[in-house]
Design a protein around this ligand. Structure first.
Ligand code: AMP
Length: 202
């Protein structure tokens, strides 16, 4: 199963991706996590991405496309994967299609987590507080000021993907404002009805 989780920052993509990993045994491919790891490791990509990420802007399509193309060739992706935070632009969406087609694969489904923007800042602040309380590092871009920029980037560059996947018949919307377990339940229902549903008779 190859699926995309789509939604603004703070929509719960990462949380739901982790649950899908546990249930379906396929990896979560979070470009945000991969880029943060590159920053941490001080690689060339990390050096180029750091300032852009700290400002809440998007890293170049070329960089993220290359990271994902390399990642999906790893053995653990053979049975499928969950793309979390990628694609984020139409150029990236075209790149995924091409990447998968080259490998004789295709995308099964895109799940959009539909959320109320006004609740998102609160979630981001909570995520930062929770990380602090757990003694984990707090993401530099998890603060209300940078969050506004991340949300603007989302509407400008990522939200057009909703129409893009709708037109392809791949989009399923899920209420991301429900509690975490309910969102997981709704995602599983959608998956069972589409990807994991019974084989067509003919
Ligand atoms: P995330 O953890 O998904 O919220 O991503 C954190 C930051 O990493 C974003 O604000 C961007 O700067 C960068 N980033 C992550 N994924 C992408 C992507 N697909 N395209 C461009 N930039 C990305």
């Amino acid at each position: 199963m190859r699926l995309i989780l789509l939604g603004p920052p703070g929509a719960g993509k990462g949380t739901q991706a982790q649950r899908l990993v546990e249930k379906h045994g396929i990896p979560q491919l979070s470009t945000g996590d991969m880029l943060r790891a590159a920053v941490q490791a001080g690689t060339e990509v990390g050096k180029r991405a750091k300032a852009v990420m700290d400002a809440g802007e998007l890293v170049s399509d070329a960089i993220v496309n290359a990271i994902v193309a390399e990642r999906i060739d790893q053995a653990d992706c053979a049975k499928g994967f969950i793309l979390d935070g990628y694609p984020r632009t139409l150029v990236q969406a075209d790149a995924v299609d091409a990447m998968l087609a080259q490998r004789g694969m295709s995308l099964d489904i895109v799940i959009e987590l539909v959320v109320d923007d006004r609740a998102l800042v609160g979630r981001i602040v909570k995520r930062a507080d929770d990380a602090k309380a757990a003694g984990q590092p707090v993401r530099k871009d998890d603060n209300p000021t940078v969050f506004e920029d991340r949300l603007r980037e989302y509407y400008k560059k990522t939200a057009p993907l909703i129409g893009y996947y709708y037109a392809k018949g791949k989009l399923k919307a899920v209420d991301g404002m429900a509690d975490i377990d309910a969102v997981t339940g709704e995602i599983e229902t959608v998956l069972a009805a589409t990807v994991g549903g019974p084989e067509p008779v003919n």
